[in-house]
Design a binder for this molecule. Sequence first.
Ligand SMILES: [Zn+2]
Length: 488
Amino acid sequence: MCLGLKLTKLLLRAWIIVYSLMEKQRDFSEWYIQSIDNAGMVDKRYPIKGMNVWTPYGLRIARLMNSYMREEMSRTHHEEVLFPVLVPEDQFLKEADHIKGFEENVYWVTHGGLKPLDVRLLLRPTSETAMYSLFSLWVRSHTDLPLKVYQIVSVFRYETRQTRTFLRVRELSFFFESHTCHVDQEDAERQIEEDLKIWKNLAHKFALPYLLNKRPDWDKFPGAHYSVVPDTYVAAAGRALQMASMHHYRDNFSKVYDITFEDSEGQRRNVHQTTYGMSERILGAIVAIHGDDLGIVLPPDVAPIQVVIIPILAKGQKARVTKEARAFYRELAEAVRSELDSRNMRPGPKFYEWERKGVPLRVEIGVEEIEGGHITLCRRDTGRRRRVKREVAVERIVSALRRIQADMEARAHREMKENIHTIGAYDETPSKGIIRAGWCGRESCGLRMEERLDRGLLGTPFFGEDFKGHCLECGEETTMVAYAARSF
Ligand SMILES: [Zn+2]
């Protein structure tokens, strides 16, 4: 690399450090907004708060993530459906707990043209009430079960709290919801196990660590028998972040919506149901956890552009370098998602732009590289640069991407683990982090703990954990732990 280029890079970095508002640790909220903006993932200027416009780059990331969800669905024999966005009020009002959980957050459609509607319609905040009247027609016999369907659609929630891109919005553009019906509670239980396996595969793709918590009863999904939630932790914000949810409904909804089947003995019985929900919140988690002071960092599996090739054009050598960069691009594009940035600009600003887009790996090709028979690689996550021989470059890039993915996942796991603090008494409570403490399981103790810890209970580990200690509140001996944290 020539001296001028080095200087440009140095100056840019110095500028970032001195003037930028991007420092993740210092002001997470501002950093989060700026990073998404600088990466060009959404345009926040749409005139409805909490409804963002997906720009091409953001959309490519979201579609890639959705493609993994679809793959998992197809592997586990779920069928994709598409239900209308409007739900009639009388359908919505059937399940009492469910309404209570959502009534303050729904958008209503009250008019058709100038005429008030006889039955008001609401924009789905989730699709239980839209789907289940149809399920009662679809499910007739035990041979129709299990019924496993899903959709990825927009849902609408009138948020009254401060909105935040991907994390708290009024239109979730990529709400994934799977809904299943089963012959009995045990089969529905098996579905939850399958859901957890699906989540494990996805979390691996997204390089995200998580704790699998069974939410306390007072915080489960409205209408559910229980809810299981993978929570992650954003250290820079000191907050936990719920990334998905799986709910076992038992027959709570099927009784209300009359979803019954004839069993092998000719008896009519209610189905047991589950749901599994995810959304672009996961993308928010990726931004928040993996990003650094330069902006977002995408794990290779969710990067629509995994490698960007930048020709370093020296005077009098432009044609030669461009030709070599093109040839390398054609070869590389066969193996990984790549892009050649052949714009007529200096390399420094190009580096900066692609870094802010979170592209995992940069390839530099200049005269020095061509003459030395190598290329230069630079990792976005560590900033580390190295040369590799031109003839093995493609395979080295493929393995480098795998390593970046694994390193990012390991780093995020380590960071979450370091932020979990087991305490035996209130005065051991640290100012930040996830608290792990004994809990007797009583609601009264749990609510007191929330108050005194100044954190919400995330719940108890779904698969249990070896623990012997005392309830933090009442001191009773217990083998159960609870996790508590401030949340997004
Ligand atoms: Zn207790």
